[in-house]
Design a protein around this ligand. Structure first.
Ligand SMILES: Nc1ncnc2c1ncn2[C@@H]1O[C@H](COP(=O)(O)OP(=O)(O)OP(=O)(O)O)[C@@H](O)[C@H]1O
Length: 259
């Protein structure tokens, strides 16, 4: 009896030769990588490395100058509606419809995704509860704090139960209890077959939370693999500093010394 080779599993996200420049500035320099399905994938890099630009292109928010992106095998730029249906996105710095209340915003996101109202209402209440936003549900999003805004944006990314979550800095400005809640929700989602991509500056968090990591700096991919492969015998933080270069400007600011 002969067996054919098993089909290789389609990555949750595949990026090939993705590039973007803003004027003279090359923000993303022909990056290629695969995010395995079912992974918890961290994207790390210094300020201005190109993380947000790369994730915006990967999620159909910013048109690349070059390259291609597939989400579960669907070409994001050739078939955006189908690709976006498979994704939940927490974008950095994108304005929400903040004249809606939190509850309205999450409900609206679900209805826009074509979900039926009863399911949307049920999930909206679940999301407000687990994200500790029940009391703030009827307040306008424009009046939310930075952390509350992050959490309501996360709720809009989760409502349709996507196969892939792409979260740009999901823990920024979020209090530790809410952050732990969100980590648990995401870990549970991955355990049940979802894939998460998070960008973060907190190496310790990425080391503890993620199965895989990519390091980018100045628009280039410096390392990618499982967290253990990338960090080797050291911590992810030490490896990160080795890869992107240690602290510069050691001279400090003498005029700031008050005594
Ligand atoms: N709309 C834009 N116009 C001009 N330059 C841009 C624009 N967006 C990003 N850039 C530049 O592209 C580079 C990459 O920026 P990007 O926001 O992708 O970095 P990042 O890794 O997300 O940084 P951070 O960690 O600080 O959020 C930076 O030099 C930035 O100034």
């Amino acid at each position: 009896m002969s067996y054919s080779n098993p089909e290789p599993v389609t990555p949750a996200l595949s990026i090939r030769s993705l590039g973007k420049r803003f004027g003279e500035k090359v923000a993303v320099n022909g990056i290629s990588l695969d995010v395995p399905s079912g992974s918890f994938f961290g994207l790390v890099g210094p300020n201005g490395a190109g993380k947000t630009t790369a994730l915006s292109m990967a999620t159909g928010l910013l048109r690349p100058d070059a390259g291609q992106v597939w989400v579960h095998g669907i070409d994001v730029w050739a078939d955006p509606l189908r690709a976006k249906a498979a994704m939940g996105v927490l974008a950095d710095g994108v304005r929400l419809f903040d004249r809606l209340s939190g509850r309205q915003l999450v409900t609206y996101s679900g209805l826009l995704r074509g979900m039926d109202r009863a399911t949307v209402e049920e999930r909206t209440e679940d999301l407000l509860r687990v994200l500790d936003l029940e009391d703030a549900g009827s307040k306008l999003v424009v009046d939310y704090s930075a952390g509350m805004t992050k959490k309501i944006a996360l709720a809009t990314a989760l409502i349709h139960s996507p196969r892939l979550l792409v979260l740009d800095e999901p823990f920024e400005a979020v209090d530790p209890v809410s952050a732990a809640n969100i980590r648990n929700i995401l870990a549970d989602y991955v355990t049940h077959g979802g894939t998460v991509i998070v960008s973060s500056h907190v190496m310790d968090l990425v080391q503890r939370m993620c199965s895989h990591v990519a390091v980018i700096a100045e628009g280039n991919l410096l390392a990618v693999g499982t967290v253990d492969e990338v960090r080797g015998e050291t911590t992810l933080e030490e490896r990160f500093v080795e890869l992107v270069g240690g602290p510069g400007h050691n001279e400090g600011l003498p005029w700031l010394h008050t005594s």
